[in-house]
Design a protein around this ligand. Structure first.
Ligand code: TMP
Ligand code: ASP
Length: 234
C-alpha cells in the first residue's frame, strides 16, 4: 500500500491518501488534548497503544455484526481504513454517570444508570461540541432518519459488545464516544476506540484507566493506557 499525501490532521490522528481511492492510512499520534484543545500534552506511546487497541476492538465489533472502517493494521502507529464521509455528530453512550453528564445535571460520578443513555454532540470544537437531539440532526439535514436509526442500533450493539468484553478483562465501561461515516451509501463505524474515547474503571477498585488521568492531572497516564492494552490483549 503506497502512502500518499496527508489529507487531514486532527488532534490525535492524521489521515493520508493511498493508491486506492477508497482507502486511507490512519496514523495515531501521542498528542493528547482536552477541553477543546485548551489543554495539550503528549502521552508516551499512546499512538501505538490506541492503534493496537482499536484494531482489537474493531475486529471484535466486526465479529458482532457491526461494520467498521478498519481494514488492517499496517505497523505500530498506522492502520488502513475505508475512506468515509464523517457524520459530524459524536455519539456518546453512558452506563454510569461521569464527566459531562455529571456536570450537566449536577450529579455525583459513579451513579449506575437504569438504562444506557445515548447523547448526540454536534462535532464542532469552536462551539464546544454542543449537545443536540435527533430533531436538530434531521431538521438540519446532518443525517437522515434511516441513517440515525442505523447509528442508534449500532451504538447500542457496540455498548453491549464492549461492556461484556471489558468486563471479562476486569474493566467497567463507564461511557464512550463513537463517530460514524458514510461509505458507499452505508453507515459504518469510524474513528477509534481507545482510552481516549472510553472511560474505563478497574472493576474492583474503580481506579480510572483512561484519559481522565490526563484531563484531571491524576498522574500515571501512560501506565494506565499500557494496563488497558495488557488486559485487552491477554
Ligand atoms: P464527556 O463525559 O466529557 O461528555 O465524555 C463522554 C465520553 O466521550 C468519554 O468516554 C470521553 C469521550 N470523549 C471523546 O472521545 N472526545 C471528546 O471530545 C469528549 C469531550 C469526550
Ligand atoms: N479530545 C477533546 C479535546 O481536546 C476533549 C476530550 O477528550 O476531553 O478537545
Amino acid at each position: 500500500m503506497q502512502k500518499g499525501k496527508q489529507i487531514y490532521e486532527g488532534k490525535a490522528k492524521i489521515l493520508y491518501e493511498t493508491d486506492d481511492p477508497d482507502l486511507l492510512i490512519q496514523e495515531f499520534k501521542d498528542d493528547a488534548t482536552a477541553f477543546d484543545a485548551t489543554k495539550r500534552g503528549t502521552i508516551l506511546n499512546k499512538g501505538i497503544i490506541n492503534n493496537k487497541l482499536s484494531e482489537k476492538l474493531f475486529i471484535l465489533l466486526t465479529d458482532k455484526g457491526i461494520p467498521t472502517h478498519f481494514v488492517k493494521r499496517l505497523n505500530d502507529r498506522e492502520m488502513l481504513v475505508k475512506k468515509v464521509q464523517i457524520v459530524p455528530v459524536e455519539v456518546t453512550i453512558r452506563n454510569i454517570v461521569a464527566g459531562g453528564m455529571a456536570k450537566l445535571l449536577g450529579l455525583e460520578e459513579g451513579i449506575v444508570l437504569k438504562e444506557p443513555v445515548l447523547e448526540y454532540h454536534y462535532k464542532e470544537d469552536k462551539l464546544h461540541d454542543p449537545l443536540i437531539n435527533e430533531y436538530h440532526i434531521r431538521a438540519l439535514g446532518i443525517a437522515t432518519d434511516k441513517e440515525l436509526d442505523t447509528i442508534k442500533k449500532y451504538s447500542f450493539m457496540v455498548n453491549e459488545a464492549l461492556k461484556a468484553f471489558f468486563n471479562s478483562k476486569g474493566l467497567t465501561l463507564v461511557d464512550f464516544k463513537l463517530e460514524f461515516g458514510r461509505y458507499k451509501n452505508k453507515i459504518i463505524l469510524a474513528d477509534e476506540i481507545s482510552p481516549d474515547t472510553c472511560r474505563l474503571w478497574d472493576k474492583d477498585t474503580n481506579e480510572k484507566l483512561d484519559k481522565d488521568r490526563f484531563r484531571r492531572d491524576l498522574g500515571g497516564v501512560e501506565e494506565a493506557y499500557q494496563e488497558v492494552l495488557r488486559r485487552v490483549l491477554e
